[in-house]
Design a protein around this ligand. Structure first.
Ligand code: PLP
Length: 387
């Protein structure tokens, strides 16, 4: 038996384990200290009642003979796929048929699984810094990675690769830098992909954070993207589903990959749970929309508070406008990890060291707005006292 050595050789998930270890070590030495956690990218507000009520009803459905259901359709229930098409795409002039939308158990699974559509090996372009899953998934498949540096100098908007690649992972609004692209800035990526017959895997997990109506909510707002892009979305950050697990992926027929993905899903995925899909359906009701907008407004307000508060203290900050993340330059003389330690020890604040997201993340830390306003206010006060 030969094991997958690419998988075997992956480093451990150093970033988050190391953050937890350092925080726990500090907490063990200072059990009385109130540590403010502004590092993690997990939602903090409870699910709106309109969504949990829908899931309760779904549980009840399963307990009565008349409404009981077994396996659902592998692609997801039609009533949810119809809502996605009508609500998330049609108003922006994008048309998909039901069989182009695949309900998932969250973006994480599909971002990894989509790799199976492509032959082993090949070259993948990945933004640096980036959400770690794209890199790990590509390494597991033995692909060569072309890193595209996102720096202060290029406004965290990298240029398209100057060499041919097969797959491109894009994520906007971006984790960790909080950058958002305009339609004009997305255009060259679609042109590149069409020219090189590459596929863009567009991670729009933070789409709900886009405020400005001029900004593209979907890569399909760029003409031709239906021929070269797969879009991955999630209810996790938009609607608070990180524990529930539900999202969706659009694989347009025009990519030539739709039938393959369908075949793959029908074999390897028996569908997202009925309960979570009923929860997702409730997101599209008027009450659901109002409730998720209220939660998103809360996170956006804390992002603004952090962004403006940090700026007022003299930090150079980016993002935080169309994303829950604030990308903050560390003061002269620090690395991202040494500044992490400094903040933990001197201000009892946990952030995420930028270097953990890739080489170009060195010199930055990420603050997350998934936190109570009160915590952010306290953190800013502590930072002010450091100055
Ligand atoms: N994509 C990005 C950029 C993320 O930051 C995350 C989670 O933090 C995910 C995908 C995974 O989301 P899900 O909960 O839908 O698996």
């Amino acid at each position: 038996m030969q094991i997958n050595n690419y998988l075997n050789r992956l480093e451990g998930n150093y970033l988050f384990t190391e953050i937890v270890n350092r925080t726990q070590a500090y907490q063990a030495e200072h059990p009385e200290a109130e540590v403010l956690r502004l590092g993690v990218g997990d939602i903090t507000l409870p699910l709106p009642a309109v969504i949990t009520d829908a899931m309760h009803r779904a549980v009840d459905d399963l307990s009565h003979a008349e409404t009981f259901r077994g396996y659902g359709p592998e692609l997801g229930y039609e009533w949810l796929r119809r809502k996605i098409i009508d609500h998330d795409y049609a108003p922006r002039g994008i048309r998909f048929t039901l069989d182009e939308v695949f309900i998932s158990d969250g973006a994480g699974s599909d971002l990894g699984n989509l790799s199976e559509l492509f032959a082993p090996g090949g070259r993948v372009a990945i933004l640096d810094p980036s959400y770690p899953a794209y890199i790990d998934t590509s390494r597991m498949a033995g692909r060569e990675i072309v890193y595209l540096p996102c720096t202060r100098e290029n406004g965290f908007v990298p240029a398209v690769p100057d060499e041919p690649v097969d797959i491109i992972y894009l994520c906007f609004p971006n984790n960790p830098t909080g950058t958002m692209l305009t339609r004009e800035q997305l255009r060259p990526w679609v042109d590149y992909a069409l020219r090189h017959k590459a596929i863009i895997i567009y991670d729009a997990a933070y789409e709900g954070f886009i405020d400005n109506p001029e900004l593209p909510h979907s890569i399909y707002e760029v003409q031709g993207a239906d021929r070269c892009a797969i879009e991955v979305r999630s209810y996790s950050k938009t609607a608070g589903f990180t524990a529930v697990r539900c999202g969706y992926t659009v694989v347009p027929r025009a990519t030539g990959l739709n039938a393959m993905w369908k075949r793959r899903q029908c074999t390897k995925f028996n569908g997202a749970s009925y309960i979570s899909q009923r929860g997702a359906e409730a997101v599209y009701t008027p009450e659901g929309q109002a409730a998720i907008r209220a939660n998103l407004s809360h996170y956006k307000a804390t992002a603004r508070l952090l962004r403006e508060g940090l700026q007022a203290l003299g930090y150079e900050v980016f993002g935080g406008e169309h994303a829950p993340y604030i990308w903050c330059r560390v003061p002269e003389g620090y690395t991202s990890w040494s500044y992490f330690d400094y903040l933990l020890h001197e201000a009892r604040i946990v952030c995420t060291p930028g270097a953990g997201f890739g080489e170009s993340g060195e010199g930055y830390v990420r603050f997350s707005a998934f936190s109570a306003r009160e915590n952010c206010e306290k953190a800013l006060k502590r930072l002010k006292n450091l100055a």
